[in-house]
Write a protein that binds this ligand. Structure first.
Ligand code: PMT
Length: 406
């Protein structure tokens, strides 16, 4: 079990462009995610990166020529047909022209001709080359034939020019690959996710909050979008960029989060509340910064609404799957089960925040996924992206029940 990339066979074709250096980081990320990565370097690519670097990162010797000792007469067919996804990055004007016009004159162009896997092209070159009508015509032709094309970024290029032609960052390419490899089993489903902390200001600069980074909620939003759902992400303040294709609603306080959630809840099929919501807010908010000599300073707090509980009530009239989180430091399962019943949830994700590598701020998590009237799944320690997919797998099972009706 793992993320969508785990155990997938990915063939990466690298062409001779300066952005080839960025692909080394992508190879590291793909291997870390559990993919089996075979690399084909064109002869020109070996002027930019070495076979040794590729092998060190993928633990597999890269292929360079059809006629080197590593290749059999059928390598191009075997690689092409065993791959789950074929990536070409950077895709130069040369390789785009070759594929678009059916030219197969080296190992990379021959293998891509033999593949039946989805092909993702990441063009990267000087902006004048990229905007050249011949390159644009070839790209349109390739898109029409079903090739996936990741648009290059715009900005300062290695040659000093400015414009479109930058290879997207490795993390962005990884995200695109994950999306292509994810099953589209949530297509037609509307999924609302909350993420991050809320902040309760006492004066213009001071607030009550918690260490939530938003990573767990953003991972859920990303995974749901990759699986084809329409995703609305309601987020407290974080440093994260919203996942591609997700509608982001930014909020600060618990009251704002409640309003945003309630405005969307009735139209949602799935609601997942990963946000770490402040339970209390200062009863009085000072208009100006509280002076240090205001001593002793006693701050009275008032309770915030429990959004999850309100959603549990709403669920009695509206059909949606409700998933809560429980951040616990003791009696994990017992406390989470109490919340599941009290708040009328379908699923609760119990998060032991004292466990190393789990909970706030980190990229990994370990949770117990408790489904009402069903068993408990211990996720083990995994990336938040993988945990997100595990949660969605469980929710997917319940969606079938929901749509069957009473
Ligand atoms: O953001 P990260 O750094 O990635 O960290 C992830 C996380 C630890 C924040 C996340 O995995 C998590 O556990 N989120 C829930 C944190 C929390 O507020 O737990 P709780 O046990 O206090 O609340 C239980 C549930 O009620 C939660 O779904 C919460 O969103 C909801 N709640 C709580 C209070 C409130 N006033 N309204 C709510 O809706």
């Amino acid at each position: 079990m793992g993320g969508p990339v785990s155990q997938k066979h990915i063939v990466v074709g690298v062409c001779g462009g300066i952005a080839a250096y960025k692909v080394l980081e992508l190879l590291r990320l793909l291997t870390k995610e559990g993919a089996v990565v075979d690399v084909i370097l064109t002869k020109n690519a070996t002027n930019f990166i070495t076979a040794l670097s590729v092998e060190a990162l993928t633990h597999r010797r890269p292929y360079i020529s059809m006629f080197d000792p590593l290749c059999s007469p059928y390598t191009h067919i075997e690689l092409g047909q065993s791959s789950d996804l074929f990536l070409i990055a950077p895709a130069t004007a040369n390789i785009l022209g070759k594929i678009a016009n059916g030219i197969a004159d080296d190992l990379l162009s021959t293998t891509v001709m033999a593949t039946t896997a989805p092909v993702l092209l990441c063009p990267s070159m000087n902006e004048k080359m990229f905007l050249n009508p011949i390159v644009q015509h070839n790209l349109s032709k390739l898109k029409a034939m079903g090739y996936y094309v990741m648009e290059p970024g715009s900005g300062e290029l290695a040659c000093g020019a400015t414009g479109p032609g930058r290879l997207p960052e490795p993390q962005e390419i990884l995200e695109e690959i994950s999306s292509l490899l994810s099953p589209k089993d949530l297509k037609g489903v509307r999924c609302l996710v909350t993420a991050g902390p809320t902040r309760e200001f006492a004066d213009p600069v001071r607030f009550i909050s918690n260490p939530s980074s938003g990573k767990m909620g953003y991972a859920l939003a990303r995974a749901a979008a990759h699986r084809g759902a329409e995703v609305i992400l309601i987020s407290g303040p974080t440093h994260l960029s919203p996942p591609k294709g997700v509608k982001l609603v930014k909020v600060i306080s618990t009251l704002q989060m409640r309003d945003a959630v309630m405005a969307e809840a009735r139209r949602s099929d799935i609601i997942i509340k990963a946000a770490a919501v402040s339970d209390f807010r200062p009863k009085m908010k000072f208009e100006h910064k509280i002076k240090k000599d205001t001593s002793p300073l006693i701050m009275e707090l008032e309770e915030n609404p429990d959004i999850l509980r309100e959603l549990g009530e709403l669920k009695r009239e509206h059909n949606f799957i409700l998933v809560g989180f429980a951040a616990e430091s003791q009696d994990l399962v017992a406390n989470a089960q109490k919340k599941l019943l009290k708040k009328n949830l379908d699923v609760i994700v119990a998060n032991d925040i004292k466990m190393e590598g789990a909970g706030f701020g980190v990229d990994t998590n370990q949770v117990k996924i408790i489904v009402k009237d069903q068993g408990i799944l211990d996720s083990g320690l995994r990336s938040k992206d993988e945990i997100a997919h595990l949660i969605l797998d469980k929710v997917k099972g319940l969606l079938g029940e929901l749509h069957k009706g009473p």
